[in-house]
Design a protein around this ligand. Sequence first.
Ligand code: ZN
Length: 467
Amino acid sequence: MKHILIVVFLFTTVQFSAQTDAENLKKIYSNSLTNGMSYQWLDHLSNQIGGRLSGSLNAEKAVQYTKEELEKLGLDKVWLQPVMVPRWVRGAPEFAYFETSPGVTTNVNICALGGSVATPTGGIKAKIIEVGSYTELKALGEDKIKGKIVFINRPMQADLINTFEAYGGCSVERYAGAAEAAKYGAVGTIVRSLNLRLDDYPHTGSMGYGDLPNSKRIPSAAISTNDAELLSGMIALNKNLNFFFSQNCKQLADVQSYNVIGEITGSEFPNEIIVVGGHLDSWDLGDGSHDDGAGVVQSMDVLRLLKESGIRPKRTIRAVLFMNEENGLRGGKKYAEVAKSKNEKHVFALESDSGGFSPRGFSFQCSEAMLAKIQSWRSLFKPYLIHSFEAGYSGADIGPLKDDNIVLAGLRPDSQRYFDHHHAANDTFEHVNKRELELGAASMTALVYLMDTYGTETISNEVELRD
Ligand SMILES: [Zn+2]
């Protein structure tokens, strides 16, 4: 009899809480779609401030702006966390052409890769050689490469449904191509933009030289996909094609910047911390609206939507706007370092850094038992067309928080259009849809609410009752 009573009691409790959860999710989504702030904040970040490369004046403006906006929300605490960041500047616009016969030139669209050195004053002109991949480059050796510009033409794989997988497949070419080519005496590298579409925008992104001495470092630039196709066609016709490019970028001394943090202190377990975040810095060619202005404003709105929906979290919820994800990850590393030095207990961290498109779900780095618990909330998300709750990558900025206990997650929006804009001049506000952005903010708030309500422990009542 006693057992039956317990079962009945549990059943009604579960029924009641499922109903409350559904009502709270409804409130969160309605608030975001009718009364959200993400779009307005993104408008300001994109159109009043613009691209926010680490160490730039714009990045500092974004720190001040987001801090002021968080202060208006009546949170328990808002503060700036100092962090030293690298400062790379692009300088004068890049210029490039190929030469089919002496004096006959065709201009192409390039941009310096972040972290690259400049060309010598007046630019570089040399024979160009094409390779299809990093592996092919390594196989060519000094004989073929010395004194030439290497054109690394590896298109993103079009038949992968998750475009981030296609991006991951080609990123070593962009990041490490120049350092590898330099070993064989190349004088520069031109890398095909990581964009699935054919268009005229060159896409920047970080590159590095590893331990290559300064004297051996060669300039590296990205070329638009249309021009990569054109150049490849011209090389096929003329193996002795000359290529010219000039760029004036420079690495300056590190400067002081900040992570921006806002917090709602937990009502029951204030020492258990949940982080929701995105990165405040961006590349300089566009306005960083999708990457990652969207993640920044969605994270800010999570705190606001919890308050607006009358939800008082049991645990401490922090929105962290990380600085310097793009070319250093210093903000993410600093946040984790401070958390560790203060012995803070982080139980869950969620990042949005995959664009402001329609949310499809989340991917998780956690135990199988925890993933199963999260997947049991699926039906609550069904009305909002959120269906994907899978194991997978979380986010760069929250990565340094990883330990055996924390659950890490990433918002997974539809990824088909993301690389049309990623790190390019067309990553601008008009390419972000208001409702898609707001649905993302609501989905993040809903997951944070459920994580806060049910915690990250995985020992369920059923298991406890078994003896
Ligand atoms: Zn990003």
